[in-house]
Design a protein. Structure first.
Length: 132
């Protein structure tokens, strides 16, 4: 399994539940894993330093980034919980290493008995008797 396949799918959304203006800072903080207050402070400093560009960028983000709903988050949490439950069930259902060794040893013994029978003269005699 590749590294990409093992990473959870993350998408950028505007967080309407924690929104002050449009939820862009809350969505970015959630997506990047930052503290929400720090993200808002950085956005405020950006507004002070580059006012027209920051306003245009923020408005573009409000219109381009889709909003998230608490229902979508609840569904994602439920799906993740269900996947974890299935993984746990699979782990419990798998036989242990000792069980696998016992099965292979049993199969090896059965194969040795079959091999011994097929290479014996008794096998040839049984074949001739079946042919009659």
């Amino acid at each position: 399994m590749s590294t990409f396949a093992g990473t959870p799918e993350r998408r950028l959304y505007r967080d309407k539940d924690k929104a002050v203006l449009g939820g862009v800072c809350a969505g970015l903080a959630d997506y990047l894993g930052f503290n929400l207050k720090v993200t808002r402070l950085l956005a405020f400093i950006t507004f002070l330093c580059a006012m027209p560009f920051a306003i245009i960028g923020y408005l573009a983000a409000v219109f381009l980034i889709p909003p998230s709903s608490s229902r979508a988050k609840a569904r994602a949490d439920y799906e993740e919980l269900r996947k974890e439950q299935l993984r746990e069930e699979i782990r419990r259902a798998k036989p242990g290493i000792d069980e696998i060794r016992r099965r292979y040893k049993s199969m090896d013994q059965r194969l040795a008995r079959i091999e011994k029978y097929v290479t014996s003269s008794r096998y040839e005699l049984d074949q001739k008797l079946r042919g009659l």
